[in-house]
Design a protein around this ligand. Sequence first.
Ligand code: GLC
Length: 756
Amino acid sequence: MNNRKMRAFMSTLLLATALSAGTARAAESAAPATTTTAPTARPWMDRTLSADARADLLLREMTVEEKKLLVFGYFGSPFKERNYVPPAGIRMGSAGYIPGIDRLGIPAQWQTDAGVGVATQRDSSEPMRERTSLPAGIATVATWNPALARQGGTMIGKEARLSGFNVMLAGGINLVREPRNGRNFEYGTEDPLLAGIMVGAQISGIQSNNIVSTIKHYALNAQETGRFVLSANIDEAGARMSDLLAFEIAMERSNPGSVMCAYNRYNGDYACENDFLLNKVLKGDWGYKGYVMSDWGAVHSTAKAANNGLDQESGYIFDKEMFFGADLLGKALADGSVPMARLDDMNRRILRALFDHGVMDNPVAVEDHKIDYDAHAKITRADAEEGIVLLKNQGDLLPLAAGASRIAVIGGHADKGVMSGGGSSTVFGRGGNPVPGTGPKNFPGPIVYHANPPLAAIQARAGGTVAFDAGTDPVAAAKLAGDSDLAIVFVNQWTGEAMDFALTLPDNQDALVAAVAQANKRTIVVVQSGGPVFMPWLKDVGAVLAAWYPGTAGGEAIARVIYGEVDASGRLPITFPASLDQLPRPKLDGEGLPDGTKFDVSYMEGATVGYKWFDQKGHKPLFPFGYGLSYTDFSYSGLTAAVGSDGTLTLSGSVTNKGARTGKAVPQLYIGPVGGGWEAPKRLAGWQKLELAPGASSRFSVPVDTRLLATFDVAKKEWVVKPGRYKVWLGASVVDLPVTTEVTLKGNRFSAVKSK
Ligand code: GLC
């Protein structure tokens, strides 16, 4: 940090420290004198008032210097490359910190990552904060069970609060446009409805702890290569019917206190200074009253960012300047390039969120001794096991029955634990990393495992002998497999933030599986990955499970599915492509460019994302969206489509368990215009997750979000439902839809602008 920046940093820090402690002296700057006395009354603490009214009352009391304090965030951990020492008051090893204002009773904002639990930043100068990890976001979405998503969010939000955090940087919801994206594990799906409902449920759970959750990264942050500089280019209608619709649905259902704007540019302008995204769509059309925080290192200006809708600079040390620091912001206020009214609005939004989500009324404290890890392990296990997708099960090889058999367990460090994804969201598990020293030494590494070994969980159930081979030598592994009754091979594809990854398994694991399968036809493959992978050995193995990154109790979850203690009830939330040629962009844009080189990604597919693209193009994927086998069989019937007097379309259907075991079905409903006209032949219109005993049937109904029947009229900013015949499908995946009907819809137009 050069001298100028150091001076700016020190002046901001000194002021922050003084204001935070309520001992600010009259600032030398031209700003109006600061008030140092605590007000005699705090009417804003009247809980009978609305969050808006409380924010206005408090804002009125704040000095300019205090308002500048609230919009400037520190990184909550040392950052050696920038010789950055965080201010006192942080939670060591955390993502961020905004000092509070004692004089007014405004608490500090302690920010923790992220979507699977309380993460710790690697440069922490104290021991890692070891907490419970949910399975990866993609696993939670693969459960298609909003109740589980909410329950998991509630759990990690509780661990955040008890760890002293009141802001949780969760809610990753970027649509999976690019299967190679290193952060797909944090997001989860290619469909806006599935994303909106599942991530919305998790955000609601988190915020039920009287803390703020974010939703992120707004918007079109769909690959990691060149994430800081690329421009995601897409037509407005395409964005409105895909990525923006996912945010819109999730935000309607969860009211996140904050939206985190993304690193990338969106149609040429950085997302964190993008008037269209922040002012026109988010705050204008959608009427969002919370605050926009930047991603860490995503701010590129003071006036442009502030005036185009950014409300808080996060982790300023990652930015080139302290754009919202006292100096630059003070200058912009003084020269009028940032109106005082805008600074007020920035603060009002932050304060409103703190009131709205119970942060002001429920101060956090570090009480991690109160965390019930055993209860939380059950929650993460329930999530993980319902997210495991059974992709192949030849001859009902699974579930295994306990009994005296010789089982070979091979590879994937299955004797030590289960893999987790890399980057800012990494939760360090209790007991430490059982597989230290693998993956990149620096961020987003190292690879962190959770010490819940599948091997031990299998041994506890097998009843016979279970031998382990590390899988580093295919010949030795094949020998063991050949001498066993069956083999369970764990293959791992680590993915992480700031990187994109090939879909081919690394470390010669394809050869390992091929060798084992050749030695023993009764081979089960358990894939731990952050998204789709290619499987050249698929035809040669007996069974395949997609276990994603299964979290703190992942070994138990995998074993419980393998032994049928629970049905295999995960369904793919993303398409597994058969080859890169099937993708809109077979070559990853920006690959091989020197760091920092700007480039464009043209999302010419618009809203035709994932299965819609495969459907539109007639591509046959390796595994389709919505796919997943159960240990029992389901049939579908009784599909009806009824248009209510208010015009709402309600789809109903029945599902029956035809098998001999209790199972969990995920009947899916799709709809599309007869004769086409949309971005794809069909869209997911709804689903249910139902547990059914053998022979049981269940009838369910789903009201269809009218936006899913519409296209977006940019000129009029309206959703338009074309009158005519629509086909409706019911079945087990986007390509397995045995039951159909048709319905006539009247035309309809409605504004995309929510009434204030
Ligand atoms: C990271 C991520 C973001 C995270 C933040 C704080 O770079 O993009 O998701 O919440 O910085 O760690």
